[in-house]
Design a protein around this ligand. Structure first.
Ligand code: 4NP
Length: 152
């Protein structure tokens, strides 16, 4: 079985959204995969996903409510086959903490969907509701591309 960890800064907006969207779509595709999410920062550890992320996700049928924020741990770099960063800051932080031997597992999530023409999922935390819709739009496309990649 493959395993995938989605990582952002707080683990309350982008990566829990990716966890819920990818979980739903992988299940619908019949893909057997272990899925989790985490944040590079520790400020929100134990918290539910941001209310705006939960509301935007639920409107598209994704339930983020069981997720609780946690920080990335050193074990994650061994435990997950793919550790997918939402942006370049997350990527750089993880590469600075992980052993060299794990660097090839740590990648940008949007690398799997080059047609989006974007490398990073923009941080929606300090913006308005439209930011959360954009996060979902990007994550839905990248999730389907990742599923296709894992199947091939
Ligand atoms: P996330 O968004 O990394 O997508 O979960 C953020 C959440 C919280 C903060 C920044 C980004 N913060 O600064 O508290």
């Amino acid at each position: 079985m493959t395993s995938v960890l989605f990582v952002c800064l707080g683990n309350i907006c982008r990566s829990p959204t990716a966890e819920a969207v990818f979980r739903a779509r992988a299940a619908a595709a019949g893909l057997d995969v272990e899925i989790d999410s985490a944040g590079t920062g520790a400020w929100h550890v134990g918290a539910e996903p941001d209310e705006r992320a939960q509301a935007a996700g639920l409107a598209r049928g994704y339930d983020l409510s069981p997720i609780r924020a946690r920080q990335v741990s050193d074990r994650d770099y061994e435990r997950f086959d793919l550790v997918l960063a939402m942006d370049h800051d997350n990527l750089a932080t993880m590469k600075s903490r992980a052993p060299r031997s794990s660097h090839k597992r740590i990648r940008l999530f949007l690398e799997f969907a080059p047609e989006l023409g974007l490398n990073a999922v923009p941080d929606p935390y300090y913006g308005g509701d439209q930011g959360f819709e954009e996060v979902l739009d990007l994550i839905e496309v990248a999730s389907d591309r990742l599923i296709a990649h894992l199947r091939s």
